[in-house]
Design a protein. Structure first.
Length: 327
């Protein structure tokens, strides 16, 4: 069984979900991790706060992980000639990649004089060299955020059927999440049919809940055709494999930071903000208000539909309408 260490981004998500009072198993499901991994991480890195309560610090946890990872590399086993070469070039404003590439030319026959640019970056950030990141790196110590692949093997937008891309049929949905006010984990799941523009608005107590996403799709598919679902790479959509296996509904995932690949749902979210501006705490919104917003949007004539309403276009094909649900 393959295993990978927790990344800084995953530790940050553990901190956020822990602050929202989620349990170990709920956090494990959100990160696609084993509960024992989360339990050990929390047990090792809980510190006592000023009020006497235990608190998880993701920054301290990641720093401790880095120190433990390289603790076995003692000073005697390090190549001093290699380090001197790296430091001297860093002080000449060479980048780690330039150093890694040039050293093979300068020492073609000495295999001990080899180092990857990733290792040089690690030496700098873990302070194993006599230079500071601020003095030798152009980005002044800022490290790129580690990437988390929550969708291994997922279908990309390039494999989506032509009928879905050209809006030729009912049942190709785009899906997204609108988060509640800060310091509140609630939100609303939004879905929009690409052809009819018919929308569904569903309140969820946890905007990162994969269960809410799965349940919403199941309820919708019982009333209206769901032939495909297009989402971004939010953690709440990590249930795509279960939906595909249990219901045969293919998921198509947008590229990172590419909201234009799902324009229908992005436009819908902008329309929804007319009813619920940024900063709205959805816990304080009555269910009937979500229902009213959904009905107003679905019965508003649209130019792209030749001034028909989404409900009319949907009913011409299916004759069925759904309402809002609460989770």
């Amino acid at each position: 069984m393959n295993y990978s260490h927790l990344t800084l981004e995953e530790r940050r998500e553990i901190f956020i979900l822990r602050e929202r009072k989620l349990g170990v198993r709920a956090i494990a499901r959100a990160l696609n991790r084993n509960p024992s991994t989360i339990s050990r991480e929390l047990a090792r890195n809980n510190t006592e706060s000023e009020n006497g309560n235990s608190q998880y610090s993701y920054l301290q946890a990641n720093e401790r992980y880095i120190n433990q990872l390289h603790r076995q590399k003692n000073e005697d086993s390090r190549n001093s000639a290699l380090e001197q070469y790296v430091v001297s070039r860093l002080l000449q404003r060479w980048s780690p990649e330039q150093i890694s590439g040039r050293i093979e030319i300068d020492y073609p026959d000495d295999t001990s004089m080899r180092v990857s640019f990733a290792t040089i970056y690690r030496w700098i950030h873990t302070r194993q060299l006599d230079v500071s990141a601020e003095s030798v790196l152009r980005r002044r110590g800022r490290r790129p955020k580690p990437k988390i692949n929550r969708f291994p093997g997922a279908k990309t937008m390039r494999s989506r059927p032509e009928e879905a891309s050209k809006r030729e049929r009912i049942g190709d949905w785009e899906m997204d999440t609108i988060n509640s006010a800060k310091r509140d984990c609630s939100g609303i799941l939004t879905m929009c049919d690409r052809k009819s523009r018919y929308c569904v608005i569903v309140y969820t107590r946890n905007s990162k809940s994969q269960w809410a996403v799965k349940r919403t799709i199941e309820n919708l598919s019982a009333m209206i055709p769901v032939r495909s679902v297009t989402t971004d790479q939010g953690v709440e959509f990590s249930c795509y494999k279960r939906v595909e296996a249990e219901h045969g509904i293919p998921f198509y995932v947008c590229d990172p930071k590419s909201p234009w690949q799902k324009p229908v749902i992005e436009n819908l979210n902008g329309l929804i903000r007319e009813f619920f501006p940024r900063g709205t705490n959805f816990r304080n919104v009555d269910e009937s208000e979500f229902q009213d917003a959904m009905e107003l949007l679905n019965n508003r004539p649209r130019k792209c539909l030749k001034w028909k309403t989404p409900t009319e276009v949907l009913c011409e094909s299916e004759g069925k309408v759904v309402g809002s649900e609460t989770f």
